[in-house]
Ligand binder design. Sequence first.
Ligand code: AHR
Length: 489
Amino acid sequence: MKTLKLTLNPLDKRSQIRREIYSNFSEHLGRCIYDGIFVGKDSDIPNIEGYRKDVVEAFRQIKLPVLRWPGGCFADEYHWKDGIGEPSGRKKMINTHWGGLVEDNSFGTHEFMRFCELVGCEPYISGNVGSGTVEELSQWIEYMTFDGISPMAELRKKNGREQPWKLKYLGVGNENWGCGGNMTAEYYCDLYRQYSTYCREYGGNKLFKVASGSNADDLNWTEVCMKKIGPNNMHGLSLHYYTIPSGDWQNKGSALEFDDAKYYSTIKSTLYIEPMICRHSEIMNRYDPEHKVGLIVDEWGTWYDVEPGTNPGFLYQQNTMRDAIVAAINLNIFNAHSDRVYMANIAQAVNVLQAVLLTEGNVTVKTPTYHVFDLYKNHQDATLIYSHVENEEASESVPCISQSASVNERGEITVTLSNCALDRGFDVEINGFDVKTAEGRILSGEVHAHNDFDNPESVIIKPLDVRVENGKAIVALPACSVAEITLKG
Ligand code: AHR
């Protein structure tokens, strides 16, 4: 096998990799919330207060930092007061975006906040700007966070929650250029300023307000938001980018059946997120050289045709080693740009798009994408360090290796590596400091390999042999693989 050199410099410290880069997104869409997260206390499926036990445990294992809710497009049609109080008395609504199903609102604010408490993650609430009112959003914040005597705090107490919750992340609208109201950037900015003014900070609760950002490479949206809202009136600006094979929405193709050309076109499409982050960052740098505003990639991941026989409005797709490679590349890119990318939320948590978990009945399957989040978790809150790899092309303009490296407060170095080539593996020689000990874990398999309800463990993390010779670490990185290596000097 050919040897590629990976050079690290632990003394060349870059930005902190905020744990929030490893966040997730849960929408009232298909079987994400109901079935995926919440089955109700009376379910035969093992649950904690109605939440799937295996799902709670799975998210705890990958140290999920932040969960975004209730959408997505759903957020701009959601009226939070319909989702509080005795569940049997809650209003029903039509989920017009996603399958036209009846939403019974049995999973509302209290249920979401409790799920976050069980998982140990922070909530990220997406507020309704498209079809809501300033008063409605203002009252939602008061309901959740006010610790005193007020109409909303009293209502919360009446509904069984004495203490306010802590809420940091607040999205002021979602995709307001599209499903969130088809607005112009200028009109949205005015609304953002108005809505966010009345999202008060009660007691010690500090809000991190995220303006609804651009669709992919709509640079004008970012320019207008930076100019009209400005770095003193928002903490984050979002960016949504989905990986579509060949970038062609009409011909996305199947999650499970694809040829090599489609595979490499998927990887090429995912790599495009990096120049896009750079271009948005260049605009942000002009208005915000101090990097006060974070780029919040609060929707990313693969989007294929739905699985045959499933509701087209449910966006249910399988997940293979192709998705693991996509996840690895994206997370390495987010790490590399962590001076500006403050948070990223893969779409979505359970049973929707590039889900980390899939459920059916009482079985929960960890997808290859889930295992990548597991392999990468040691990057959370560590500091990015310089890394450079000798690379070669797997296909036209698609490099084989993607990598990132960080050092944590104990001085341990975490390297994550993926090899997207389908036809060749490499020996990777890690140098740049005197390596004393090393250990590794790897996820690899044929590119179509996946986990399903009959074979939930076809793709799992395995130990990876790492040789340490003369202060260098050497690993064999097979075709189509993702690895994590921990090094101590
Ligand atoms: O994640 C699915 C949908 O994609 C979200 O609801 C929306 O924000 C985006 O267009």
